[in-house]
Structures are given as structure tokens and as C-alpha cells.
Ligand binder design. Structure first.
Ligand SMILES: Nc1ncnc2c1ncn2[C@@H]1O[C@H](COP(=O)(O)OP(=O)(O)OP(=O)(O)O)[C@@H](O)[C@H]1O
Length: 262
């Protein structure tokens, strides 16, 4: 069996006396396309932050390519890179699109600037934003800014493949977008999956949007009450008798999920 890229074992996290995650296990292998769904406040973003190494669990272990992570991302070099596409595109407003997309390479690589500029342009082309490098984020629409953050997440250093992310974490990439702009992003997630050696081949997606769940996930993980309550593919999501998933899927206010309980 191939080594999982990421494994969470018995992860627990509380904020104050509120237990958010309660011994959660999760395995992500190369090529996985996972959506984590569940009611608001159930800990989906918390899981992403723990995987990214931005937040430490209270209990449990995070393994990256079989190696246990100690501390947070800033405390050591992880054996795999993890890229993030945030809900808000999280771009630097004072930098151009080119500088935003190439930020990691301009800062950390020894590549000449004109080579980075070319890689940035290739990356922008991939997300359908060729020619926008000189613009500032404020000159772009919300959907375009998200695509810039994709371009930033997938840009790779060809001279140092080991430094490139192998997994992407998407935190509600279609939140706040109209249905057409959402489709553009969903298509992009799917297309980027086919780019060889790209971080976007393996991802964990947090989303509330039905179309995004259906169009981007091979496997769905339903989180509620601190636990993974259900796990299956899209067809199983539609046919399951699990009362939590059924209530969530139909948006019903009656059922085991307490409305306004967060
Ligand atoms: N740093 C923090 N300090 C205190 N409470 C926090 C902190 N981060 C998250 N929480 C709480 O933990 C719970 C889970 O938050 P989280 O953002 O992970 O949920 P979520 O499932 O992503 O929600 P949503 O779907 O609404 O984005 C929420 O009740 C939130 O208020």
C-alpha cells in the first residue's frame, strides 16, 4: 500500500470548554479529492488549520508521509509542502498579481527574476488570467482574485521539485461567488487535478456549496459533533439513510442536527 501523504490520528481540539474535534482520524493519499462538509461551526476550518500546521491539536498526531509533525509549520521543515487557497483570496493588496503569484519563489528560490516571471505567466495562463500580472488585486473581481490565489498555490519551482506543495487545502473557494463564477472555479479545480506533479492533484476541500461538493469531490466526509459521522462518494451521499446527512442534504430544520446550536 502506498504511504498516505497526510494522516490525522485521534485529533482533538477544544476552544475553552467547547470540544470542536473529538478524536478525528483522516487519511489523505496521493490523488485524493476529498470534500469535508458539515454544519457551520462544526470544525471544518479547524481541521484545515491543523493539517496546514497553523494550529496545534490538543491531542492526537499528524503524520506527513509517515513522519510525525512536531509543533507547528514554523517549528520545522515538513516532509511535504501543503498549499492553501483561502476563502478570501488572501492576496497582498500592495503587490501586483505577478508579485503575489510569484511571492514564494521571489522570496525563497534562487531562480532569476525573469524565469520566475515566466513561471508566473504560465501559472496565470493555467487559471485563465494570462496578461494580468501587472494589475493590482483591487483591479480584479472576487472570482478573479480567487483564481490568482489558485495560480499562487500551484506555481512550482522546476529546479527544486521537493520544495513544491504536494497537497492543496481549499477553504470554501466558491463562497460568495455567483453560480457562474462558482462553475469557473469548480472547473478549474478539476482541470488543475490533471496537471502532472502539481499540488492540485491531491486536495481537501471545505465547502458548503452543493455544486462544489458534487463537481469536485470523489469522497465526502461529513463532520458533526466533533466526529467524522459519515464518509462516502457523491452517489452514496444522495442515497444514504444516515439521518444527519439526509437532513443536511435536504436543508431540513427538523432532524438530529440542532438548528442554531452553534
Ligand atoms: N481561535 C479560536 N478561538 C475560539 N474559538 C474558535 C477559534 N477558532 C474556531 N473557534 C470556534 O470553533 C468552532 C469551529 O470553527 P470552524 O471555523 O472550524 O467551523 P467550520 O465548520 O469551519 O464553520 P463554518 O462552516 O461556519 O465556516 C466555532 O464554534 C468557532 O467559533
Amino acid at each position: 500500500m502506498t504511504q498516505p501523504l497526510i494522516q490525522l490520528k485521534g485529533i482533538s481540539k477544544a476552544f475553552g470548554d467547547k470540544v470542536i474535534l473529538n478524536r478525528v482520524d483522516l487519511t489523505i493519499c496521493k490523488g485524493d479529492a476529498l470534500a469535508v462538509i458539515g454544519p457551520s461551526g462544526t470544525g471544518k476550518s479547524t481541521i484545515l488549520r491543523i493539517i496546514a500546521g497553523l494550529l496545534e491539536p490538543d491531542e492526537g498526531e499528524v503524520y506527513l508521509k509517515g513522519e510525525r509533525r512536531q509543533g507547528l509549520i514554523e517549528d520545522g521543515k515538513d516532509p511535504i509542502g501543503i498549499g492553501m487557497v483561502f476563502q478570501q483570496a488572501a492576496l497582498f493588496d500592495s503587490l501586483t498579481v505577478d508579485e503575489n503569484v510569484g511571492f514564494r519563489l521571489y522570496q525563497n528560490s534562487k531562480l532569476p527574476r525573469d524565469k520566475i516571471r515566466k513561471l508566473v505567466e504560465d501559472s496565470l495562463d493555467r487559471v485563465g488570467l494570462g496578461g494580468t500580472g501587472k494589475l493590482y488585486p483591487s483591479e480584479l473581481s472576487g472570482g478573479m482574485r480567487k483564481r490568482v490565489s489558485f495560480a499562487r498555490a500551484i506555481i512550482a519551482n522546476p529546479d527544486n521539485l521537493a520544495s513544491n506543495p504536494e497537497v492543496l487545502l481549499y477553504d470554501e473557494p466558491t463562497a460568495g461567488l455567483d453560480p457562474i463564477a462558482s462553475t469557473v472555479i469548480e472547473d478549474l479545480v478539476r482541470q488543475l487535478r490533471c496537471v502532472e506533479n502539481s499540488a492540485a492533484q491531491t486536495y481537501l476541500m471545505v465547502t458548503h456549496q452543493d455544486s462544489t461538493i458534487r463537481r469536485t469531490a470523489d469522497r465526502i466526509i461529513f463532520l458533526h459533533d466533533g466526529k467524522v459521522q459519515w464518509d462516502g462518494n457523491v452517489e452514496e451521499f444522495d442515497s444514504t439513510d444516515n439521518p444527519l446527512v439526509r437532513q443536511f442534504r435536504t436543508g431540513s430544520t427538523s432532524g438530529p442536527i440542532q438548528v442554531g446550536g452553534n
